[in-house]
Design a protein around this ligand. Structure first.
Ligand code: GLP
Length: 241
């Protein structure tokens, strides 16, 4: 794993955004894997600024998102569909039909998982996948104990994850109990992965990722088995490295 240490959140966001911009400029039909949460917001802001200032186009690009809550409609402000439209899609020129996010309202969730998995296979995989990291090492919504062989699946969220994400909802009771997430094997098939981390609250997770062993109890550790992973993190998140 390559590790790039940045001075702060802004520099981390800039570096990751530049990698995405370079990717779509050299390969306009690239498939970019996107993440939600607070961490990538700055990256999306930079992509929008660059699109407006320099005209980088996403007309032929495709995006796939890591995850979505079960039981929340795409127009609900708490959904990841809504988040992505607000934070990125509405401000760049990507056609919405080229943006794929699991449908947490699907009647048959298993079928939706297979459908999403086939979308990724049909696209010939993800060229560049952006990841955040949960305090317990989750990537996407793959909680500790998830098999490294997993494909897109329905998960029951860990209590700690629901607590961490309660800040986006009126109260913890409103945080859905389940989500659909890209599986670990699916994520590992991405040709290139960038994991972002910012702030001291992520420092222990990053230290465990870098110094710990590869183990299903810490999902992000699987990334050590991937050939092209870059951690872009600010100095607070890297304070124990
Ligand atoms: C959520 C998302 C993850 C994200 C993680 C960290 O649970 N499903 O994809 O990486 O939280 O979020 P944040 O960036 O807000 O710390």
């Amino acid at each position: 794993m390559n590790i790039i240490k940045t001075e702060n959140y802004d520099e981390m966001s800039n570096m990751a955004a530049n990698k995405i911009i370079e990717m779509v400029r050299t390969n306009p039909k690239a498939t970019i894997g996107l993440a939600t949460g607070s961490t990538p917001k700055g990256v999306y802001k930079k992509l929008i600024e660059d699109h407006k200032a320099n005209g980088t186009t996403y007309k032929q690009a495709t995006t796939v998102n890591l995850d979505e809550y079960v039981g929340i409609s795409r127009n609900d402000p708490h959904s990841y569909h809504f988040f992505m439209r607000e934070q990125l899609f509405s401000h760049i020129d990507i056609p919405l039909e080229q943006t794929y996010i699991p449908d947490g309202m699907a009647k048959d969730l298993q079928l939706e998982c297979s459908r999403f998995e086939s979308v990724i296979q049909d696209l010939d995989g993800v060229d560049l996948q952006l990841l955040g990291i949960g305090h317990n090492g989750h990537i996407g919504f793959n909680e500790p104990g998830t098999s490294f062989e997993s494909r897109t699946h329905v998960v029951t969220l860990a209590e700690s994850t629901r607590k961490a994400n309660a800040r986006f909802f009126p109260s913890i009771e409103d945080v859905p109990a389940r989500a659909i997430t890209m599986g670990i094997a699916t994520i590992m098939e991405s040709k290139e992965i960038i994991l972002l981390a910012s702030g001291s609250s992520k420092a222990e997770a990053i230290a465990r990722l870098v110094n710990g062993e590869v183990n299903e109890n810490f999902p992000a550790s699987v990334l050590k088995l991937h050939k092209n992973v870059t951690i872009i993190a600010d100095k607070d998140a890297l304070q124990f490295i």
